[in-house]
Design a protein around this ligand. Structure first.
Ligand code: AHR
Length: 511
């Protein structure tokens, strides 16, 4: 019999801050088989494509309603010179991708190809600009090239290359991991550069850019503090005009692994203890958002500066036999629950977290999609399904979920709560997300639904026989959502039974 003492109290009539759809953002770097082989196969490929972009990948990702896509890196961005990626492909200079496999990059996929991909996906572009080895002028000209409408030099060059209309570029990154691959800078140095570079990322032709300065790694609160000090006064009354700041958001990177950077743990071969350890590490995101948020609140009590978690997800050892520089890893049910725990945290911090980007979309780290290099077959990962099941949270108003009676397990010296949950409301419907992190036991959860009448409900569940079950071309649906039938009326609302190691969503129709 399932335990019946876990309760989730939800006040359906008390909506909180809006969950930006942009926390469901993605990331595509020139790394391994993410761009080449993943998104882009070239026009002459046998894999069905439009202008070189894989049609199956676009179709699969459209179901996720990807709100924004970050490109071209990552570490690659601070080596990337955008002019090498425009014009006739056979004339484009080549370069060495020193961070990722030391391979030669031929720049076949450049600005036009990326913006074409964004249009096919129906997603916003998040361009990551080069501070580490690029110039201010180069960055300034890139945004002019992308977004200027008249006959300015860069707009004219774009037209010569076949694109008449300017594109919209709502998001622009000012450097990446400036404390590491992006220049090994001290934060005081970088804060000055971020002010300078972002000044020249101008708004052209009605395109309003949200500039994001490269932020901290993990719990480096000092980095966040110094970046916050580089703003002018942010504590003017909330109804005063927004302060003019050189950038509008700062980023944060955090990866989940069970081992060390030298030996991160295997994607599919893991023990029950490592299952719990991974979920404990995923839960650290909640702590990071709280702590970085507290630092930001000291300078910015009205929360005008956005926190952008533009790299997150699992980072395991590469699959045996694959290039260590290509970061190709499998993706199991454990990755799906790492994702759901993060997304719950982003929902809870919707008043500060304006965007997040899981790393990375195809064939790299915690991917949504894996493609087979030989057959070209495409597989949707368990993580993909969590993103698809959560589309109802996009731009919905968050609802606080008060959990009571959640069992815990001591992991890595701390207590890991074995149920994670979040909820939101939009357009007369509410969506509740429930993760049962218990490796072995099912869990009954009473949804104590208050404040509005619930006239209908339905549920979906993602689980699998084993903790490490994953999808392959031979078994593409080994982990795929099915209807959740174990939902019963309860005097306080509904009672839901979650299978062991599962993720579920419950949709509620409200009167
Ligand atoms: O996502 C892979 C790499 O991780 C990125 O290039 C870098 O920013 C981070 O260290």
């Amino acid at each position: 019999m399932p335990h019946t003492n876990t309760t989730a109290v939800i006040d359906l009539d008390l909506p909180g801050p809006r969950i930006s759809r942009h926390v469901y953002g993605h990331f595509a770097e020139h790394l391994g088989r993410c761009i080449y082989g993943g998104f882009y196969v070239g026009e002459d490929s046998d894999v069905p494509n439009e202008r070189g972009i894989r049609t199956d990948v676009v179709e699969a990702l459209r179901a996720l309603q990807i709100p924004n896509l970050r490109w071209p890196g990552g570490c690659f961005a601070d080596d990337y010179h955008w002019r090498d990626g425009i014009g006739s492909r056979d004339q484009r200079p080549r370069m060495v991708n020193s961070h990722w496999g030391d391979v030669v990059e031929d720049n076949a996929f450049g600005t036009h190809e990326f913006m074409d991909l964004c249009e096919m996906l129906g997603t916003d572009a998040y361009i990551s600009g080069n501070v580490g080895s690029g110039t201010v002028a180069e960055m300034s000209e890139w945004i002019e090239y992308l977004t200027r409408a008249d006959d300015s030099p860069m707009a004219a060059l774009r037209r010569e290359n076949g694109r008449d209309e300017p594109w919209k570029v709502p998001f622009f990154g000012i450097g990446n991991e400036a404390w590491g691959c992006g220049g090994n800078l001290r934060v005081e140095q970088f804060a000055s550069l971020a002010r300078q570079y972002s000044t020249y990322v101008r708004d052209h032709a009605g395109n309003e850019v949200y500039r994001i300065a490269a932020g901290a790694s993990d719990d480096d609160l000092h980095w966040t503090e110094v970046l916050m000090q580089s703003f002018g006064p942010l504590d003017a009354p909330a109804d005063a005009a927004a302060p003019s700041a050189p950038f509008q958001g700062i980023s944060l990177h955090y990866y989940t692994m069970t081992g060390t950077w030298q030996d991160k743990g295997a994607a599919t071969e893991f023990s029950e203890d490592e299952w719990y350890l991974a979920l404990q590490k995923a839960g650290f995101m909640e702590h990071l958002l709280t702590r970085h948020g507290q630092v930001m609140d000291r300078y910015d009590p009205h929360r005008r500066v956005g926190l952008v978690v533009d790299e997150w997800g699992t980072w395991w050892n590469v699959e045996p036999g694959t290039n260590p520089g290509f970061l190709y890893q499998q993706n199991t049910l454990r990755d799906a629950l790492v994702a759901s725990v993060h997304l719950d945290a982003f929902h809870r911090h919707a008043d500060r977290v304006v965007m997040a980007n899981i790393a990375q979309t195809v064939n790299v780290l915690q991917a949504m999609l894996l493609t087979d290099p030989e057959s070209g077959a495409l597989v949707r990962t368990p993580s993909y399904h969590v993103f698809e099941m959560n589309t109802g949270h996009h731009d919905a108003d968050s609802l606080a979920v008060h959990l009571d009676g959640v069992p815990t397990r001591t992991t890595d010296g701390a207590e890991l709560p074995l149920v994670s949950a979040s909820a939101s409301v939009k357009d007369g419907a509410a969506l509740v997300s429930l993760s049962n992190l218990d490796a072995a036991a099912e869990r009954a959860v009473v949804l104590d639904l208050r404040g509005r009448e619930v006239t209908g409900h339905s549920g979906r569940v993602l689980t699998a026989p084993e903790l490490a079950t994953h999808n392959t071309p031979e078994a593409p649906d080994a982990v795929a959502p099915v209807e959740l039938t174990a939902i019963r009326p309860h005097e306080r609302g509904l009672e839901v039974t979650l299978p062991a190691h599962s993720y579920a969503t419950v949709s509620l129709t409200l009167a």
